[in-house]
Design a protein around this ligand. Structure first.
Ligand code: NAD
Length: 456
């Protein structure tokens, strides 16, 4: 059984029956039997079901956002925004998948041997997901996978299973057959068991540590593997930046969703001439974050989702202080019930501190002064991760020139912490393999078949 704990109150919200080897096998077999039929269902029918799903999300946003807020502590306004933004991702997938799926004819039909590329779905795929944006990170996989004719075993995180189940119910209501999609409930042990099924692709969003385990486990299956992993995302504030705008945006980039975003701003490098004034501005912005009950519309900063993360943040702050950093605001967990941690700014950080190396995944941000652009490039690249990086500067040319030299899948100029349906979302180095979203995020669910058709 799985207990779902409300991280704001520490009360048990629900108890769910988890899957086991037998139920996983039955679910896999059910989907495998149906997959070729689903592949042949007309694209327009699949598209209609996903569009309807988007409409149902909006119609049910009050109930769904409350559930999301209660099970993972996301402030209600942010929960509503995530759910209401999902239909725009659906729109991108349905508008672009047909072109990608279309046959590509390589030669004139008069040739003796007709050469054509046709795209086929992978088959039955496992979608193992994180909890921090269940609608986005789950949907980035199961939406294009279903649309391109795959059947999906979707395992939401044990920290967002109620939202995962709610999504699946609405997908059924919208017309996706139960034979094409099944939800798997449980923690990492169940995720591991799921990967033991003879799946045709593994799509994972989560930590680097789990990503490595999954890569090792599926290695001998010879199946497509996609890993969307963590980050330690840096931003450089140059001396010509609009400091007020940068401080406001970067405080939000560090604290939104309690800093529990893969692309949260975790490291800020500031050109030395503007380091002091920028510190003052970002502290002022961070201190505006209103902490409280995630169900209140006034709340911007909710609790962390996982209790264990409080210990990690305590350790990062202790380590930073011992190595000479200053905590300018926040710096500790909040007494009482709920997994709350204060919004924190750490100044004078450097590369040997855990807060500059290891993903924090909490409402803390660390700053370091740098001499010049070259120094900033070196510091930004000094990480095992490669998800996103940003530059704030009045010169778009200078910012782009810097970011061309930083090894990340996403580059932000005068902005941060954003994802767009049409742009591929991909991590480099230990931030992952493959892409979701963009056209690449549709192609990922297809394999080409090369046809040579000789006329008689
Ligand atoms: P996690 O790795 O703890 O768990 C992710 C999922 O994997 C869960 O469903 C879990 O039950 C499952 N799991 C755990 N062990 C497993 C195993 N051995 N085999 C199979 N499945 C297993 O990560 P999390 O705490 O849910 O998510 C936070 C992490 O996700 C952060 O590092 C964050 O940066 C990353 N993330 C990345 C992206 C991205 O797009 N790059 C998006 C969201 C979150």
């Amino acid at each position: 059984m799985l207990s779902v704990i409300n991280p704001a109150t520490e009360e048990v919200l629900a108890t769910l029956k988890t899957d086991d080897e037998e139920s996983l096998k039955a679910k896999f077999t059910r989907l495998k039997k149906y997959q070729f039929t689903w592949q042949q269902v007309l694209f327009e029918q699949k598209k209609a079901a996903l569009v309807k799903f988007g409409e149902l999300l909006v119609l049910n946003v009050d109930r769904l956002s409350k559930l999301l807020s209660q099970e993972m502590g996301k402030p209600i306004k942010q929960a509503r925004s995530e759910i209401k933004s999902t239909p725009s991702r659906i729109a991108f997938f349905v508008e672009n998948a047909a072109v990608i799926l279309a046959d590509k004819k390589l030669n004139d039909s008069q040739e003796e041997v007709h050469e054509v590329i046709r795209y086929e779905p992978l088959g039955v795929i496992a979608n193992i997901s994180a909890w921090n944006y269940p609608y986005f990170v789950g949907g980035n996989v199961f939406l294009p996978a279903l649309l391109t004719g795959n059947c999906v075993l979707y395992k939401p995180s044990e920290f967002s299973s109620l939202s995962g189940q709610a999504m699946i119910e609405l997908l059924y209501e919208a017309g996706i057959p139960q034979d094409a999609l099944q939800v798997v409930i449980g923690d990492g042990k169940i995720g591991k068991m799921l990967l033991d099924q003879p799946i045709d692709g593994a799509f994972f969003t989560g930590s680097k540590a789990t990503g490595l385990k999954i890569a090792a486990q599926v290695r001998e299956k010879m199946i497509p593997l996609q890993l969307e992993l963590g980050g330690k995302d840096p931003t450089y504030v140059a001396e010509d930046a609009d400091l007020d705008a940068a401080a406001k945006a970067l405080a939000d980039g560090a604290l939104f969703n309690a800093g529990q975003s893969c692309c949260s701003v975790e490291r800020i490098y500031v050109q030395e001439k503007v380091y002091q004034p920028f510190l003052e501005k970002i502290v002022a912005e961070v201190q505006k974050a209103k902490m409280g009950d995630p169900l209140s519309y006034e709340t911007y900063l909710g609790p962390l989702t996982r209790k264990t993360q409080l210990d990690l943040l305590d350790e990062q702050i202790k380590d930073a202080q011992e190595k000479g950093a200053k905590v300018l605001c926040g710096g500790k967990r909040v007494k009482g019930s709920g997994y709350y941690f204060e919004a924190t700014v750490i100044a004078d950080a450097h590369r040997d501190m855990s807060c500059m190396k290891d993903e924090s995944f909490g409402p803390i941000v660390a700053l370091q002064s740098v001499k010049n652009d070259e120094d900033a490039i070196t510091q930004m690249n000094d990480t095992e991760y490669g998800l996103t990086a940003g530059v704030y500067s009045q010169s778009l040319e200078r910012a782009q020139n810097i970011l061309r030299q930083v090894n990340t899948g996403t580059a932000y100029v005068n902005c941060c912490d954003r994802v767009a349906a049409g742009l591929p979302w991909s991590g480099r180095k230990n931030s992952g393999i493959g892409s979701t979203l963009g056209l690449e995020g549709i192609r990922a669910f297809l394999k080409p078949k090369a046809w040579h058709i000789k006329r008689l």
